[in-house]
Write a protein that binds this ligand. Structure first.
Ligand SMILES: Nc1ncnc2c1ncn2[C@@H]1O[C@H](COP(=O)(O)OP(=O)(O)OP(=O)(O)O)[C@@H](O)[C@H]1O
Ligand SMILES: [Mg+2]
Length: 224
């Protein structure tokens, strides 16, 4: 498990080399001209370090989140030995400007695993090094990874618990306080975040995230 999370930067294989040009306007995917323009105009700052991509399924949110990660990574990696050649797989730890991609459900699962490992180490049947590695990894997501993509926020909610909400909240606020950038993709309209998470979370996102809404298509069931 730990090998998988430490090798590479977590981007799904299909989007490992995605860039903004891969998002097509019109065509079979009905790509939006406005969305294509807004994503290119987005630039994270310390006071507004986040991007929320919100809309229905299959609209290219994960594609654009991955593309933004690759675009910024390429921008921030200076030419020379630390620049990552397109096509090469580097661990986020080896990167000069570390980036990481994780599904929200997976992040919560890793937090749970850490708690279980902790108990196992205390009881003497799990390896303390394994725990240390996972703790470091999760700590790095909070305090070191410059740009983190949190994919599919809201889908973890079927197993909703205070635990998931608190961990999500802590991750976002710690990253904000450390001046780090975060991209979230979600099917959940921001107006519902107060109910699903908390009013203070919705307020926090409204203040510190740029929101790009993907337009509805005929047949979409939910209003975005
Ligand atoms: N405008 C577009 N141009 C090119 N490919 C697109 C576009 N929109 C969607 N796609 C493709 O459609 C597929 C689904 O896109 P993606 O996974 O990014 O959707 P999503 O909005 O994240 O959906 P979900 O909410 O289900 O996670 C991918 O293969 C993606 O490359
Ligand atoms: Mg997606």
């Amino acid at each position: 498990m730990t090998d998988r999370i430490l090798v590479g930067n977590g981007i799904p294989a299909a989007f490992r080399f995605a860039f903004y040009d891969d998002y097509k306007e019109g065509g079979k995917h009905h790509g939006s001209v406005r969305v294509a323009k807004e994503i290119r105009e987005w630039w994270p700052t310390v006071s507004c370090p986040g991007l929320l991509l919100v809309g229905g399924p299959g609209k290219g949110k994960t594609l654009l989140a991955s593309a933004a990660l690759n675009e910024l990574q390429e921008h921030h990696s200076p030419r020379g030995i630390n620049r990552i050649p397109r096509g090469e797989r580097l661990s986020y730890r080896q990167m000069k400007w570390p980036v990481y991609f994780v599904q929200m459900a997976e992040y919560i699962e890793l937090q749970l695993q850490m708690m279980k490992l902790h108990d196992g180490v205390k009881a003497g049947w799990r390896d303390p090094e394994e725990l240390q590695e996972l703790e470091n990894f999760l700590q790095n997501l909070k305090t070191r990874v410059k740009l983190l993509v949190l994919d599919d926020v809201g889908k973890e909610h079927r197993t909703a618990s205070r635990f998931a909400i608190d961990n999500f909240d802590l991750l976002l606020r710690t990253r904000f306080n450390n001046g780090l950038f975060t991209i979230i993709t979600s099917n959940l309209p921001l107006s519902q975040w107060g109910n699903e998470y908390s009013n203070s979370m919705q307020n926090f996102i409204e203040r510190s995230f740029t929101v790009i809404k993907f337009p509805r298509r005929p047949g979409d069931r939910i209003l975005y």
